[in-house]
Design a protein around this ligand. Structure first.
Ligand code: HSE
Length: 401
């Protein structure tokens, strides 16, 4: 069977490596010889052996009946959407790492794949090399999932880990993450939480079977997290992680992405560097957790090739996935309750302890111009109202227990 790769960047070139290096193994396990026929890219790659497979026109791939499977590793919604759609409409299965496209158009492409008796697989779109999509869609299909919490962005987890362990500054670590091939083309997508937001939108959709629109998910990134926050976190026996979460409540489904202070006993506490973890709770299953490299060329390419193998095995057959185009309206989040870690400037704590229902004021030597406290459990709405009145408030981070 012949495969084409759309986009020869970090992940696309990784897919070429995995298809080449594991070709015999894939043949042994599937009985099918899977061969890379085309690579689509605008660039020329002078001197690179990949040049002989290079094409610049999607029609060459879409109109070649020999091509059965297309790996879309371009990123971004367009032209990836049009190219994926064109391939699916010709009955070619598409395997993608593109969470932006899956979050924006996933259910439509799944429907088209069903109509054309082929597949749209997106294992690599969430959690890099962690096989979480197939786990939810297949292994947990008989389970009612009630919450998903995860560290879903490798770049920000790498940055937060290095800030905590090495006291490194934000920009230096971000550059290192970019050099290691973890970051998005525009790193704002990582550090502002947008990438994790797309990923939890996908997981929330799979949890509910409806479409959770990423635009509705309250999203905060890590750009406001400082070394001083880590000093306080250490004093509290906690770490700071960018968490993406989605929970069923009695009133509906709530989802959010934000930095959280988590205690040392929390299962996600020890998830460091580029690693991701997804912590899934089901009514029968109870807790389960999935861990692995959340970004990087070969781990992500491994997930794409896992989908290629699945597509080979499912030739002529559509594998259904419970994700409809019907929209799910998320809870606004105003009533969701957390405790908050809050920093203030100055030395006077006045009536702040009482106002925020804190046990005491926290002072550490690293913060000689201020202090902090941990509030009682407050709704987002209550906290927003209280913080408006506190002119000496510097920042706040939610607590997860
Ligand atoms: N930039 C993403 C991350 C890549 O750091 O997690 C994997 O989706």
């Amino acid at each position: 069977m012949k495969v084409a790769i759309l986009g020869y960047g970090n992940i696309g070139s990784g897919v070429a490596v995995v298809l080449h290096d594991n070709r015999e193994l894939i043949k042994k396990r599937t009985g099918v010889d899977v061969e890379l026929k085309y690579v689509l890219d605008l660039r020329e790659f002078e001197g690179d052996p990949i040049r002989e497979k290079l094409v610049h026109d999607i029609d060459t791939i879409v109109n070649d009946p020999e091509v059965d499977i297309v790996c879309e590793t371009m990123g971004g919604v367009e032209p990836a959407y049009s190219f994926s759609k064109a391939a699916i409409q010709k009955g070619k299965s598409v395997c993608t790492s593109n969470k932006e496209l899956v979050a924006a158009k996933g259910p439509e492409l799944l429907r088209l794949a069903k109509e054309n008796n082929c597949n749209y697989f997106f294992e690599a779109s969430v959690g890099g090399g962690i096989p979480i999509i197939r786990t939810i869609c297949e292994s947990l299909r008989g389970e009612e999932i009630t919450s998903i919490k995860g560290i879903l962005n490798g770049t920000t987890n790498y940055i937060l880990t290095k800030m905590e362990q090495e006291g490194a500054d934000f920009d230096t670590v971000l550059r290192r993450a970019q050099e290691l091939g973890y970051a998005e083309k525009n790193p704002a997508a990582d550090v502002e939480g947008h990438d994790a937001c797309r990923k939890i939108a996908i997981l929330s959709s799979l949890m509910t079977g409806k479409t959770v629109h990423f635009e509705e998910i309250r999203t905060e990134g890590i750009t406001q997290v400082t070394g001083l926050d880590f000093a306080y976190a250490k004093a509290l026996g906690r770490s700071i992680k960018l968490l993406a979460m989605s929970k069923r409540t009695d009133e509906g489904v709530f989802a959010m992405v934000a930095p959280f202070m988590i205690p040392a006993e929390h299962p996600l506490h020890g998830v460091n560097d580029v690693f991701n973890a997804v912590y899934v709770h089901g009514t029968m299953l109870d807790d389960s957790m999935y861990y692995g490299r959340g970004a990087g060329k070969l781990p992500t390419a491994s997930a794409v090739v896992g989908d290629v193998v699945q597509a080979v095995l499912a030739t002529g057959r559509h594998i259904d996935c419970d994700w409809s185009e019907e929209s799910l309206t998320l809870l606004s989040g105003a009533k969701i309750r957390h405790r908050f870690f809050v920093r203030f400037t100055g030395s006077e704590d006045g009536d702040l302890v009482k106002k925020y229902g804190a046990d005491n004021v926290i002072r550490i030597p690293e913060d000689n111009g201020g202090f902090a406290l941990v509030t009682r459990e407050l709704s987002e709405q209550e906290f927003a109202a209280l913080s408006k009145e506190s002119t000496n408030m510097v920042s706040a981070i939610r607590l997860e227990d």
